[in-house]
Write a protein that binds this ligand. Structure first.
Ligand SMILES: NC(=O)c1ccc[n+]([C@@H]2O[C@H](COP(=O)([O-])OP(=O)(O)OC[C@H]3O[C@@H](n4cnc5c(N)ncnc54)[C@H](O)[C@@H]3O)[C@@H](O)[C@H]2O)c1
Length: 396
């Protein structure tokens, strides 16, 4: 059983508490830290936490607490993690790990040196659809992964601090791109190095300093490409989609909008439909079980089981640091309009991979390019000669 200190009583703190109390059933949020007494007390009442305080260190050091969950604005992650390091408390931290790779690197180094358990709460790498897709990819169902694209777009976050570049550390690239990068990284292979990034970013709609819309390509050392599409100006709800393309297959995942659950209402019922739904009348796209469909349940189960069994969770502070490093390169590229290298002073995967090729031999003289039955009934093959390089076409 885990006894959790929740730092932050806001949007994600409540989703996390719902999940922690939900899936395994035996874990509890026992202590809550919030800035205001009123928020701390309200959260403590709602989740039956025995202890609440507006003093973060008091909550972290509470003797009942076995693990700390950081659910605070981005500019407070590092200080909260460092307090856990100081008191040698196991810690899990929400995304993005840092506002930049420097912060994330310091956090990673500190937890590793202290030898405490640390998990990166990247929920979208734990959705049921993602987990099934990843196991198919790992089993080879898609062959060699060539392209992994992830999209997170919605009408913008719900609290003031997200819109302030200093507190948030960036705009939608940092807030949403962190999910997309880690999703693509999982599909392409976490041991394959992300080497450079090309990014377009713009502030198209909102009166803010940071970007509210961006698209980026992340090149991996083996030739695979990751793609992210993020926006805080998308209208119509929260769009979470992944696409994976390999030499042997394709996966499309729709995690949130248009998942096969469609509802019409004239508006006579309750208000809440799903996270960031923009409407509660007309045709709607509700989500069956948000806490599960967004990955929170499987994420906390992995974190708690790993902590209890002394193993490493699927998402670690090292992963959070790699994601931050890719994001830093994206910000540089948006400025320079060039491919920018990903700066990874610590890298624990393969080094020096060359661009992989998949050549399918047809016979001793030819490679197969394509085989197809056309609408006029011909069975065609297109071949390339192994030595002359000539490309020929034959009917079978
Ligand atoms: N899918 C996800 O994994 C996901 C979704 C939403 C948010 N998040 C992350 O969770 C973190 C918190 O986001 P949120 O949406 O819950 O924000 P929020 O504004 O709803 O809540 C933040 C909470 O932190 C505390 N807080 C706020 N400002 C503070 C300050 N200056 N000093 C001390 N405490 C303060 C308050 O208790 C507040 O309720 C962010 O890092 C965000 O990126 C993750």
């Amino acid at each position: 059983m885990q006894k959790i200190a929740m730092l932050g009583s806001g949007f994600i703190g409540r989703f996390y508490a719902d999940s922690i109390h939900g899936q395994r059933g035996r874990d509890r949020v026992v202590a809550i830290y919030a800035r205001s007494e009123a928020n701390a007390k309200k959260f403590a009442d709602d989740y039956q936490c025995a202890f609440w305080s507006t003093d973060m260190e008091e909550v972290i050091t509470h003797p009942d607490v076995t693990m700390v969950c950081v659910a605070l604005p981005n500019n407070l992650h590092e200080a909260a993690v460092m307090l856990c390091v100081k008191h040698k408390k196991a810690v899990v931290c929400t995304k993005p790990l840092g506002r930049n790779a420097e912060e994330a690197f310091r956090m990673m180094q500190a937890v590793e040196e202290a030898g405490i358990f640390a998990g990166y709460l990247e929920d979208l790498c734990y959705t049921p659809k993602f987990l099934k897709a990843l196991s198919s990819v790992k089993d080879g169902a898609l062959g060699r992964i060539l392209w992994a694209k992830s999209r997170e777009t919605h009408p913008g976050p719900h609290s003031n601090w997200f819109w302030d570049k200093e507190q948030a550390g960036g705009g939608c690239i940092l807030d949403l791109g962190c999910h997309c990068i880690e999703i693509a990284r999982n599909f392409i292979g976490k041991d394959v190095k992300p080497v450079e990034v090309m990014c377009w970013a713009a502030t198209q709609v909102k009166p803010i300093e940071a970007e509210d819309h961006a698209i980026a390509l992340v090149k991996y050392e083996n030739g695979a490409i990751g793609q992210l599409e993020v926006s805080w100006t998308f209208r119509g709800g929260m769009d979470l989609r992944d696409e994976v393309m390999g030499t042997e297959g394709t996966i499309w995942i729709n995690n949130f909008l248009r998942t096969g659950f469609e509802m019409y209402t004239s508006g006579k019922g309750g208000d809440y439909v799903a996270e960031k739904a923009e409407s509660n009348t007309g045709w709607l796209f509700p989500v069956g079980d948000e806490v599960n469909d967004l990955g929170y349940n499987h994420m906390f189960t992995d974190m708690f089981n790993s902590f209890e069994q002394g193993t490493t969770p699927a998402e670690t502070f090292y992963d959070g640091y790699v994601v931050n490093a890719v994001i830093d390169a994206a910000y540089r590229s948006a400025q320079t309009k060039q491919w920018e290298p990903v700066d990874l002073p610590v890298w624990r995967g393969h080094e020096g991979l060359s661009q992989a090729k998949t050549l399918v031999g047809y016979d001793e003289n030819y490679y197969l390019i394509k085989e197809e039955v056309t609408h006029d009934g011909r069975h065609k093959i297109i071949l390339k000669h192994k030595h002359s390089q000539q490309i020929v076409e034959r009917d079978l």
